[in-house]
Design a protein around this ligand. Structure first.
Ligand SMILES: CN1CCN(Cc2ccc(Cn3ccc4ccc(-c5n[nH]c(N)c5C#N)cc43)cc2)CC1
Length: 250
């Protein structure tokens, strides 16, 4: 997978050099190119913004730097063999970013991110590139950030961990809260490791029992409890039959 990011804060994307995404890059699973939008400005102040038509607070990111940057990124990608790009535009007004979308994006060969700042990007830029590729305008949550770079880090990590060979234990993402299966749509329950006692607190006996069926059932029940408290909205999405099937297997 090729991944391009165009931003006025390339240093914000340094975390893409470390941990899971950094390892995926080192292993050649991910080719990440971060581009400074100001490289496509030609005035003395490297201007990327201007006042909004119609008035109102804040500034809007100008068309030309984005158009020149995206044309350059696309030309380079196509020249080096990439194809079928998808444009991802983080925005507070976007559709919620979900695990389902992470899975969909993880199956694409080329993602191009345009994290903006100020009040966002002149609409004509998105409209122009929507004629050439799928565009996903996404929000990572119901809170207001100052720009889209944090969203790029979040989306990139959620997608990269789904790429083949990136997670150490291939099963790890199979039982994710939002992955299909009996634990689908359930939040993870509590986890424990050594020592067996810590400041007078022990481990649930079932986890020391070695009875895999009972352990699986306990974990599912704990996940149900946690989901009921923190995300009751997810309960109705659970497939109760999946539990019965899982019980029969235990
Ligand atoms: C007067 N009012 C008129 C409405 N604006 C709305 C507004 C406009 C831009 C910004 C800052 N910003 C710029 C680019 C950009 C990308 C993503 C996000 C973002 N925020 N939260 C998420 N989950 C995000 C994601 N993903 C924020 C961004 C914040 C708020 C405020 C002022």
């Amino acid at each position: 997978m090729r991944l391009d990011v165009v931003t006025i804060f390339p240093e914000y994307l340094e975390p893409l050099n470390v941990s899971l995404v950094g390892k995926a890059r080192a292993r050649g699973r991910l080719n990440v190119q971060v581009h400074d939008l100001r490289d496509w400005t030609y005035d003395r102040h490297n201007t990327v913004d201007d006042t909004p038509y119609g008035g109102g607070p804040g500034m809007v990111m100008k068309t030309d730097p984005w158009g020149d940057a995206l044309d350059s990124v696309l030309a380079d990608g196509y020249e080096t063999g990439s194809h079928a790009p998808v444009l991802i535009v983080p925005t507070p007004s976007g559709r919620p970013f979900t695990q389902e979308l992470a899975v969909e994006l993880s199956e694409r060969p080329w993602l191009i991110f345009t994290p903006a700042r100020y009040e966002g990007i002149d609409r004509r830029v998105i409209d122009e590139y929507a004629t050439r590729m799928p565009v996903h305008e996404v929000s990572i949550g119901d809170y207001v950030l100052a720009g889209g770079e944090a969203a790029v880090l979040v989306i990139t990590e959620a997608v990269a961990r789904l790429l083949p060979g990136v997670l150490g234990n291939a099963e790890s993402h199979r039982d994710d809260s939002f992955a299909p299966g009996a634990m689908a749509n359930l939040l993870e329950g509590p986890v424990y490791t050594k020592p067996p006692a810590w400041r007078g607190r022990g481990i649930p006996d079932v986890l020391l029992s070695g009875h895999h069926g009972k352990i699986a059932r306990w974990r599912r029940d704990e996940a149900l409890k946690r989901t009921t408290v923190h995300r009751p909205d997810l309960i109705e999405r659970c497939d109760p039959k999946a539990f019965d099937k899982k019980d029969r297997e235990m």
